[in-house]
Design a protein around this ligand. Sequence first.
Ligand code: CA
Length: 230
Amino acid sequence: MAERILIVEDEENIARVLQLELEFEGYEAGVAHAGDEGLIKFREGGWDLVLLDLMLPGLSGLDVLRRIRASDTAVPVILLTAKNEVEDKVAGLDLGANDYVTKPFEIDELLARIRATLRLAKALSGAKVATPEHIHSFAGLTMNEETRDVTRDGRSIDLTPREYDLLLYFLKHPNRVFEREQLLDAVWGFDYYGDTNVVDVYVRYVRKKIGDGLIHTVRGVGYVLKESPK
Ligand code: CA
């Protein structure tokens, strides 16, 4: 299967050339032209490597990198930097970027670095343990079923047992719309005696604790856990 490379670069000409060159080399290439768009694309998953420009509209390249590394320490990231971005380059490497190229770059050099970085990542992944089954992550939200730790963007969140069960159910089924009855059955149990208002109440509690933009109301239907477009 073709290796998948995500290009996050706001200069459309550069992004386009990179995409064409990568596809010519047999990679599958995706493109985002802003930092927040890049992060959303990244979180769709399945990327083998990220080419990340530092100066981006929306989130900066360093912000994108920080958020990528908060949930994924393994995916290789190569920074695309300008000559005058030395400090950012150093910060990027400190944040866990694997390599960088300075613009304007020779495409052959970049391709060589991509090959080397992918080779190294592959060699390491043989030794690395995959994300354990008891850890669930989505859009910066992470729940550990063994320790019952809940965090969003690294910030720890305290939930009551019922709130925890509700959020865990959403997290195990991201992007799926649930009716209140379904949530009631799944979280409170089939024999729960009461009405579905309790779902609304608990969704409100959970939202308050985890912050906005994750559990959305689907009017006339119910709720869904998904990443909101910025
Ligand atoms: Ca740029």
